[in-house]
Design a protein around this ligand. Structure first.
Ligand code: PLP
Length: 350
């Protein structure tokens, strides 16, 4: 079965084999050696300066996002500004609400880009900006160059959900004034689900934290991991997978090569579907990683899903109200051009 959902991804044999390594206690030196290698490997993906460090956590992408939001956005007179145009921006606003923080949301329709004019008007009065890099809801790659520039010019820190883009799209830490970004092992990095991480400025990781949750206290993870420790049990086998996946990414040319590969795959899918009369859902601003497409007339998502699953492919539904109009195809993980040819051949013909 080939997974074309936006993570977990189809594993390469190299990563799958790494999961077979010997059992290991997460409090032994061999584990801490791997933890250090992974943390260094994560900051190396984007050649981050020594001002940044990675914190490795057990949990899915949401755990890392909530650790970032909860630990780095404290009580403040000035509101935090959430820029939302999909499920994941809205989720960060929901986290801030639950944590009792002062925040405002600049929202756009899920089909639209970020409202940068509204951000420009409010940014000076904001304590920080929170945004989503790749809004997986629709496959939109948000314009982080423009948002990052606004943040840098106004000296307002940016907190980024890069869960579905880290390793597969461009990220500029200094240029975008990134205080932190959160991501996961099992999307563009091609690891297995179970571990996620936050790359943040060391200065913020060393400052007093604000986490309302004991488990998601980023500063606590950082303090212990810097001393080769771990506050809680880590998902050791998922770490084996991430460790190997990071080596595989470096060996295959890094994020730039991976983005190019994803671009070629997405183009192949887009062109093949266009020949079947199936249009992309977003006219512009699409990521390399995931495409959203209009359901063919007279075919429900469930019908399409089952036809393609019988042919060996798992696709993904639209979220919320979009499930009746669109479906999504992600191109991460171990895929060949021939797999995508077989996928396209399995689509119902008009
Ligand atoms: C942009 C983004 N943020 C957060 C998440 C949540 O990640 P998880 O389901 O691993 O908790 C996802 C999942 O697809 C995502 O795409």
């Amino acid at each position: 079965m080939k997974l074309l959902n936006p993570g977990p991804v189809t594993l390469t044999e190299r990563v799958r084999s790494a999961l077979q390594k010997p059992d290991l206690c997460h409090r032994e030196p061999e584990f801490f050696e791997m933890q250090r290698r992974i943390r260094d490997g994560l900051t190396a993906v984007y050649a981050c300066s020594q001002d940044y460090a990675a914190v490795l956590m057990t949990g899915s992408g949401t755990a890392a996002v909530e650790a970032m939001v909860g630990s780095l956005v404290g009580p403040s007179e000035k509101p935090a500004l959430v820029v939302a145009n999909g499920v994941y921006g809205e989720r960060m606003a929901a986290m801030l609400k639950r944590h009792g923080r002062n925040f405002e949301v600049v929202s756009s329709a899920w089909t639209e880009g970020m409202d940068l004019e509204a951000v420009a008007q409010r940014i000076a009065a904001s304590s920080c900006v929170l945004a989503v890099h790749h809004e997986t809801t629709t496959g939109r790659l948000n314009d982080l160059s423009a948002l990052g520039q606004l943040c840098r010019q106004s000296g307002v820190p940016l907190l980024l959900d890069a869960v579905s883009s880290f390793g597969g799209e461009e990220i500029h830490f200094e240029e975008w004034n990134l205080l932190a970004c959160a991501a996961t092992a099992n999307k563009c990095l091609h690891g297995v689900p179970g571990v996620s991480f936050v790359v943040a400025r060391r200065s913020a990781l060393q400052a007093p934290g604000h986490s309302p949750a004991l488990y998601l206290d980023l500063q606590n993870y950082y303090a212990l991991q810097e001393k080769d420790g771990s506050p809680f049990t880590q998902a050791v086998q998922a770490c084996y997978g991430l460790d190997e996946a990071l080596r595989e990414l470096a060996d295959s040319g890094g994020w730039q090569a991976r983005r190019e590969l994803y671009r070629q795959r997405t183009q192949q899918v887009e062109e093949g579907l266009a020949r079947l009369g199936i249009d992309t859902y977003l006219p512009a601003g699409r990521s390399s990683i995931l495409g959203s497409y209009r359901l063919p007339a007279g075919v429900s998502y469930e019908q399409l899903h089952d036809i393609l699953k019988a042919a060996g492919f798992v696709i993904y539904a639209g979220q919320g109200g979009l499930s009746s109009e669109m479906f999504r195809i992600a191109v991460m993980g171990d895929l060949e051009a021939g797999d995508l040819e077989r996928l396209l051949a399995a689509f119902p013909t008009p």
